[in-house]
Design a protein around this ligand. Structure first.
Ligand code: ZN
Length: 165
């Protein structure tokens, strides 16, 4: 029997991601994304829909914000002086910084604009509030190795890329 997508498998997918307006936001362009199924590597609404698929299966999935990158939360975009960032860091749009709340929770901030002596960051993921329209195709499924399971993510396409955390 052919492998099915299930927890602890490394799954390879080709995908196209569009927003609600039909604009293409991201595309694997024939270079499949791979991830460890069941470990939260991808947005939950997509991971659940891939469960049980086999190699060659195609699917269109619409993921609502709550199961994607979340609803848009205040305060939104805020301006910060550039000199609040550590020296030697070249702040660029798309970077993510984490701030620790008093309760220990780490909150990501996404850099949205850099201009003059200011940096704008948003507490919302750039795709927060969006319905994510995925067209996916499962291209490969393999067993995960022990160290991949321990880390909760794949170590390269074949599981043999060593690294330290
Ligand atoms: Zn690892």
């Amino acid at each position: 029997m052919a492998d099915k997508v299930e927890a602890d498998k490394v799954v390879f997918i080709n995908y196209t991601l569009k927003n609600g307006a039909g604009e293409v936001l991201d595309d694997s362009e024939g270079d499949p994304l791979f991830y460890l199924h069941g470990h939260g590597n991808i947005v939950p609404g997509l991971e659940r829909e891939i469960d049980g698929l086999a190699v060659g299966d195609k699917k269109s999935v619409v993921v609502p914000p709550a199961e994607g990158y979340g609803e848009v939360q205040p305060p939104g975009e805020q301006e910060f002086p550039k000199d609040t960032f550590p020296d030697g860091i070249d702040v660029e749009v798309g970077m993510v910084f984490h701030t620790e709340l008093p309760n220990g929770e780490l909150v990501p901030f996404f850099v949205t604009k850099v201009e003059g002596d200011s940096v704008w960051m948003d507490n919302n993921h750039p795709l927060a509030g969006e319905h994510l329209h995925f067209d996916i195709e499962v291209t490969r499924i393999r067993d995960a190795k022990d160290d991949e399971l321990a880390h909760g993510h794949p170590h390269g396409p074949e599981g043999d890329v060593g690294h330290h955390h």
